[in-house]
Write a protein of this length. Structure first.
Length: 477
């Protein structure tokens, strides 16, 4: 049994802004189910909900601050969560990174430096908890100082640093180094210094024993200038100790056989019932109810990263084809307005819902025939995995986790039973449009279509699968 300290700036369902929270809320439970001793550590924000209030454990003094440690649990699990309680930093309305008005916290560097210091004290068993981990698993820049600070300790635990999105790095002006009172021996170009500035993420990339990211393809991509954001050289240097492990999905929440949000449950054996979800979705969205028309779904943030601009460029042609399009999402205001214009002009073809609605998200996954995910980059992505589980075939760009989880429909992949969607290479509208047309040709062959749906529904995207890979890694280091 390994003792694992899992450090994260956010954890679902306690507090969530993105995919990191999903991992922090799922992977520790999956590892516990594999008989490991896992503790999650995160800041005690004012906005935390869905857990019993933390009970006081102890007070630890770091950098002239007295910091309390509280203990609670992940809901419906035995996983212990330690909350780092320092009210001057964390007891404010807002989320982990922004205040209520969406303005980044001015003292965000101080906050996460303090958090990292406490993680180190716990990791070195200096926090009166009588528990010392074998592995400290850090996530994203907010925990980047942990491997760096631990590198100065004797008899330290092993460290793993996971990149969920390379675009966020935690870079601060050089004077922050002095203000944060960080050890002088870490301030050099191979350490925390980045072009004369302080980089939190470099602490994780330079000092951790192993680096992982959330898909094998993304692990390759971040070693290139396009995806490395200035750190591709360091990542290429770390290549022997860098690997990708695909995130899992919550197979209880996303399960067409038991999903309470959808009109009709179904399985790979009862695929004929899936169409009832399409007609129910068409009715809900005010689209003409027609079981035979292909329905394309899209759920996501309406930003260029997600390739929404490619979809907009294709819509002019798509509305002249025999199909319907249902979108749920929010983001860039100009994109929202253009999409809403299309929905007004073509009310029998296009439905656009701005915002997020969990109930509708499940109905789109179950009711669509095809799911569009033409991202410019996608470290892991979840919706393409949900879609396959629901027998809704994804149309994706060959990048990051999309490349690792969707197998293009080609003569050889049809033959060997692995085809589960449609993949294109270039982030240009023409490539997306051609791939949608190719998918529609296949959709016109019901026998082949059902074969692809069953291939997709058989795939194992469970957290157990991912947890086993992490466990093998912990044992190796």
């Amino acid at each position: 049994m390994k003792k694992i300290l899992f450090a994260s700036s956010e954890t679902h369902p306690l507090i969530k802004t993105g995919g990191l929270a999903d991992v922090a809320g799922s992977l520790p439970i999956a590892l516990t189910n594999l008989d490991q001793d896992v503790r999650v550590i995160m800041p005690h924000y004012q906005g935390i909900k869905n857990c019993e209030p933390g009970r006081y454990l102890c007070t630890v003094r770091v950098n002239n601050c007295d910091v309390n440690l509280l203990e609670t649990h992940l809901p419906e699990s035995d996983v212990v969560v330690w909350l780092v309680d320092y009210p001057p930093y964390f007891n404010h309305p807002g989320n982990p990174y922004h205040d209520e008005n969406g303005i980044p916290w001015p003292d965000i560097g101080d906050r996460f430096a303090l958090f990292c210091r406490i993680v180190v004290e716990v990791a070195m068993n200096r926090a009166y908890l009588d528990w010392k981990p074998d592995v400290v698993h850090c996530n994203d820049w907010q925990t980047g100082l942990v491997p760096a600070l631990l590198s100065l300790e004797e008899h330290r635990p092993a460290t793993v640093f996971t990149i969920h999105n390379m675009a966020y790095q935690g870079v601060f002006p050089s004077n922050a180094y002095t203000l944060l009172n960080l050890p002088g021996q870490l301030w050099h170009p191979d350490g925390l210094e980045y072009h004369g500035m302080l980089s939190f993420i470099k602490g994780g990339l330079s000092y951790s024993d192993w680096i992982t990211t959330v898909s094998p393809t993304y692990a390759q991509e971040i070693q290139t200038p396009e995806f490395g954001y200035g750190l591709e050289g360091l990542l290429a240097h770390r290549q022997p100790t860098l690997s990708g492990i695909i995130n899992g999905i919550d197979t209880k929440v996303w399960n067409p056989e038991t999903d309470p949000f959808i009109a009709q449950t179904y399985s790979g054996k009862t695929l004929g019932k899936k169409v009832l979800n399409k007609t129910a979705l068409q009715a809900r969205l005010g689209l003409p109810v027609n079981a035979d028309l292909p329905l394309l779904g899209l759920i996501g943030r309406l930003v260029d990263q997600k390739g929404i601009d490619l979809v907009l460029s294709c819509l002019k042609e798509l509305v002249n084809m025999p199909l319907q399009f249902a979108l749920l999402g929010s983001g860039d205001n100009s994109i929202q307005v253009r999409l809403q214009d299309f929905a007004r002009l073509y009310p029998d073809k296009v439905s656009v819902t701005i915002g997020y609605d969990e109930n509708l998200a499940h109905q789109i996954e179950a009711g669509s025939d095809l799911f569009l995910m033409p991202s410019r980059f996608e470290p892991c992505g979840l919706n393409q995995m949900y879609s396959q589980r629901y027998g809704t075939l994804p149309v994706v760009r060959k990048t990051g986790g999309l490349a690792d989880t969707v197998v293009d429909t080609l003569p050889d992949t049809i033959k060997n039973g692995t085809a589960s969607g449609f993949v294109f290479n270039d982030a240009v509208p023409g490539a997306l449009l051609e791939t949608i047309k190719r998918a529609l040709v296949v959709h016109a062959n019901p026998k082949l279509w059902q074969e692809l749906q069953r291939n997709a529904m058989r795939k194992d995207f469970s957290w157990e699968n991912s947890a086993n890979q992490y466990l093998a890694l912990y044992r190796e280091i």
